[in-house]
Write a protein that binds this ligand. Structure first.
Ligand code: GDP
Ligand code: IMO
Ligand code: MG
Length: 429
């Protein structure tokens, strides 16, 4: 029995190692060719995962990024919070692209619903914070997870019971009481609420089940699963740059609680990072470049949010933060994204430590590096177009030096290098 267990297929994990938008959607879509099952385990429609297939861009918010691979089953796990309106619109867009969804999407009975009033509470809370706002995507994520841990939430399983409307009205009334505490916050939720009610009914055509049994059955049958993370490690509710974080565990540990998979059944952990850094929303970002170089990264990398369209803050790669993310999730393989964005730069810098109040610091601080001044190592740029390259040996030596340096600093091998948005623009070593 023990021997059999050791040889059993496992759940491999794709995680963002920075502040989100590392390119998880693209990588999951690529890897899904080898995984019959892809499962989201946390977050909600604050995520925007872009997948470019033959120059056509698809953006997913809730549906796992395995949906564009024929035959792959896609699971929305218990750790996810779902806005039925957004999910329904997303499914409609995927179906309009000629992709079958109905038989290939399963939703956990334990996944929590984002109510229209959760979105309003998110907006009211952010407005009240003024300059201290988190920079939330305003999708209702924080309030929905608050109701989950506060034991008030509404779950997909409730949809299938007679008490659903009663529970909904009770929670809505509670939220309206809370909204009244924000002076000057006015709202009109009738239209969204109506769409929401239609959407929840429409979602009943999908399989809603106790997905913890489903995923463990797959593993028992030797069918491997790919778990898809949302957001990034530095937005983790426990270990990120609190309070400028999201409301879920974005690191590898979240896979266990967000899908119902035991730690021993986790296999490889693919850590995704950009060759530089970006961040949307507020919070510390030690290597941020508020100058022309940052602007150039934003322009060349098209750094505008897939969910909110906001412009992303840009800066050099931060190895203090990356080492932390690798350690916290036990990353086994690194995947470097958007390498091509640096093609034209004369010099490329990476932060290897910080100075905080004049003292050297090489570990990620509990406050996410407020006031930290990065200490950089500088590289000569490779000044060559990487977008057409498909094998590692053909890469310029100065670029390989950059790769080797990051591997040395993180103690982890870079297994894949992405050189363009499209599905096949990737080098596997
Ligand atoms: P995710 O949230 O981690 O899935 O990432 P997003 O989809 O929000 O943002 C990543 C963006 O970078 C998308 O627009 C992708 O199409 C794009 N992208 C992914 N990989 C590459 C790459 O290697 N090079 C370039 N230039 N763009 C990429
Ligand atoms: P993907 O999966 C980038 C950020 C928001 C804000 C903070 C809290 O596409 O990488 P929330 O809406 O969760 O209350 O916002 O987290 N944020 C993201 N930033 N990519 C994401 O997802 C994000 N999801 C949330 O900008 O700073
Ligand atoms: Mg994104």
């Amino acid at each position: 029995m023990l021997v059999t267990q050791n040889h059993m297929k496992k759940t491999d994990v794709v995680l963002g190692l920075q502040w989100g938008d590392e390119g998880k959607g693209k990588v999951v879509d690529c890897l899904a060719a080898d995984y019959p099952v892809v499962a989201r385990f946390q977050g909600g429609p604050n995520a925007g995962h872009s997948i470019s297939i033959r120059q056509q861009m698809h953006v997913l918010h809730t549906v796992p990024s395995g949906i564009f691979r024929a035959g792959v089953m896609n699971v929305i796990g218990n750790g996810v919070v779902v806005d039925p309106v957004i999910l329904s619109e997303e499914i409609a867009a995927i179906e309009a692209a000629g992709v079958e969804v109905a038989g290939r999407l399963v939703i956990s009975t334990r996944a929590h619903l984002i109510l229209p009033t959760h979105r309003l509470l998110d907006a009211a809370s952010e407005a009240a914070k003024g300059a201290a706002k988190i920079g939330s995507t305003l999708k209702g994520i924080g309030p929905a997870y608050m109701d989950k841990t506060g034991r008030n939430g509404l779950r997909f399983g409730d949809l299938l019971t007679d008490q659903f409307l009663q529970k909904y009205q009770y929670l809505k009334a509670k939220h309206q009481g809370l909204l009244a505490q924000y002076p000057g916050f006015t709202y009109d939720m009738d239209e969204y609420e109506q769409r929401w009610m239609e959407a929840v009914q429409g979602l009943k055509r999908f399989r809603i089940t106790d997905t913890e049994f489903l995923v463990n059955d797959y593993l028992d049958k030797d069918i491997p699963i790919l778990a898809e993370g949302a957001q990034g490690s530095l937005l983790d509710i426990d270990f990120g740059s609190y309070p400028f974080v999201t409301s879920s565990n974005t690191m590898a540990a979240g896979v266990c609680t967000g899908l119902g998979i035991a730690p021993a059944r986790i296999g490889r952990v693919y850590g995704i990072f950009k060759a530089y850094c970006t961040r949307v929303g507020s919070g510390p970002f030690p290597t941020e470049l508020s100058d022309g170089t940052g602007e150039r990264l934003r322009t060349v990398g098209h750094e505008f949010g897939a969910t909110t369209g906001r412009s992303r803050r840009c800066g050099w790669l931060d190895l203090v933060a990356l080492r932390y993310a690798v350690m916290m999730s036990g990353v086994t393989d690194l995947i470097m994204m958007k390498s091509d964005v640096l093609d034209g730069f004369d010099t490329v810098k990476v932060a290897t430590s910080y100075l905080v109040d004049g003292r050297p610091v090489s570990t990620y601080p509990y406050d996410g590096g407020v006031g930290a001044v990065p200490v950089y190592t500088e590289f000569q740029g490779w000044k060559q177009d990487l977008t057409g390259i498909r094998d590692y040996d053909s890469l310029p030596s100065r670029f390989k030096d950059y790769v080797a340096f990051i591997e040395g600093e993180t103690g982890c091998r870079i297994r894949m290098i992405s050189v363009g948005p499209d599905r096949d623009a990737i080098i596997v070593r």
